[in-house]
Design a protein. Structure first.
Length: 402
């Protein structure tokens, strides 16, 4: 295997034109102080539930144990964005009311006070329109058909999700930045109740539009970049401008001190340690704080295609996830998110367990990759839909054990 320092040096030279900011990884005493305050905050939340110092301590230990079981270890890296600290893409920033509510939900599960009418977060596809032709698009069969969701419908749906106590809303599509003005209106009304994230290819994520999102209260962007090589990415996306749009979206979001994740569909060609390390160096130099690894799934444009990763490649992703997050050699790299690390052992956190997916028809689906319809958010009561989803669980990974 090529020496890591040689790979990193080569990649820094290759992408020097794309450099904007380094990830704002917390360091030394600041990190220790952040961890201490967060732990104390969790303990206080538990104590308000139990009223017992000893029981609170036991629940606190169980909560830490669950985190280790899911993610391998307690978070060792935190990042700063918008005056808050983050350790996880799907956990709100510290300190915040949203994070406190998330901790309350997890504590309630441990104490068996679980509310069947609560969700942690939701994905919401708000448009069928997209200018790209992405190889892996999971909404491919619905793209470019008649738009069904008006701004009034979007607002009604978000109100319903607010009633489910969600702490994060991830807006996707199609390309959600085609409805940037509607996103601004939703964020202006609801961003005090939940964090808003926009899942974008970078199209229409101009400096002015990203500033509009920031000013409206949007927390961050999740930008899809499927290879560190410009030509490979553009071919994958079906556009000669896609790579530059994505890189600029990351730049603008970092300029405005927003939370930035770069998301990648890991192809078989990318599923080696050296290639993933090349990719991590690229993202690090862009200044993004998180990397999300997604596996190719047989849905949408990938339906009935031979694209799934092998067991060995999935094991490699698990190893890459663990090393990047917990080995000292990678302490300056972005935090890696990979759901496959826990799903086979613990089950899926979607399917109403902690999240749902709302598609461009307003239908409530298990997740963006499992298109089993459980109801419609606009015409049915979501408080009846979610419990049914929880009983069914994920068809690939089963019902979550926690």
């Amino acid at each position: 295997m090529e020496a890591l320092e040689n790979i990193e040096a080569r990649n820094e030279n290759k992408i020097s034109d794309n450099f904007f900011l380094k990830p704002s990884i917390e360091r030394s005493y600041k990190l220790k102080w952040t961890k201490f305050k967060n732990a104390l905050n969790i303990y206080k939340i538990i104590y308000t539930k139990t009223g017992s110092v000893w029981q609170s301590f036991q629940v606190f230990k169980k909560l830490l144990g669950l985190h280790k079981k899911v993610w391998g270890k307690l978070p060792e890296k935190w990042v700063s964005a918008g005056k808050k600290k983050y350790f996880m893409l799907y956990a709100p920033g510290f300190p915040s009311n949203q994070l406190n509510r998330m901790y309350e939900m997890e504590v309630n599960k441990l104490l068996q006070f679980n509310n069947p009418h609560e969700l942690r977060f939701a994905f919401f596809a708000i448009t069928k329109k997209c200018p790209l032709s992405c190889e892996h698009c999971f909404e491919w069969d619905k793209l470019h058909s008649k738009e069904l969701l008006s701004l009034k419908d979007l607002r009604f749906a978000v109100l319903k999700l607010k009633e489910m106590n969600i702490v994060q809303l991830h807006l996707s599509g199609g390309e959600p930045m085609l409805r940037v003005n509607d996103i601004v209106k939703l964020a202006e009304e609801f961003s005090n109740d939940m964090e808003f994230y926009v899942l974008t290819s970078g199209f229409n994520a101009t400096r002015g539009n990203v500033k509009l999102l920031k000013d409206a209260g949007v927390t961050g962007l999740v930008v899809s970049i499927d290879h560190y090589d410009k030509n490979i990415h553009n071919s994958f996306r079906g556009s000669s401008k896609s790579f530059d749009d994505a890189v600029n979206a990351v730049r603008y979001a970092r300029e405005f001190d927003m939370f930035v994740t770069v998301s990648v569909c890991v192809s078989r060609a990318l599923a080696s340690f050296n290639e993933l390390y090349n990719y991590a160096c690229f993202v690090k130099n862009l200044g993004a704080s998180f990397i999300q690894l997604l596996e190719p799934k047989n849905v949408g444009r990938y339906a009935n295609k031979n694209v799934k990763l092998s067991d060995e490649q999935i094991e490699l992703l698990c190893d890459f996830y663990y090393r990047m997050n917990f080995e000292s050699a990678f302490s300056k790299f972005p935090i890696v998110v990979y759901h496959g690390y826990y799903q086979k052992q613990i089950g899926c956190f979607s399917a109403g367990n902690r999240s749902v997916y709302i598609d461009t028809n307003g239908d409530v689906l298990l997740c963006p990759f499992c298109h089993h319809k459980s109801g419609n958010l606009l015409t049915e009561n979501i408080e009846n839909i979610v419990p049914m989803m929880r009983q069914t669980g994920c068809p690939s990974y089963g019902i979550s054990k926690i």
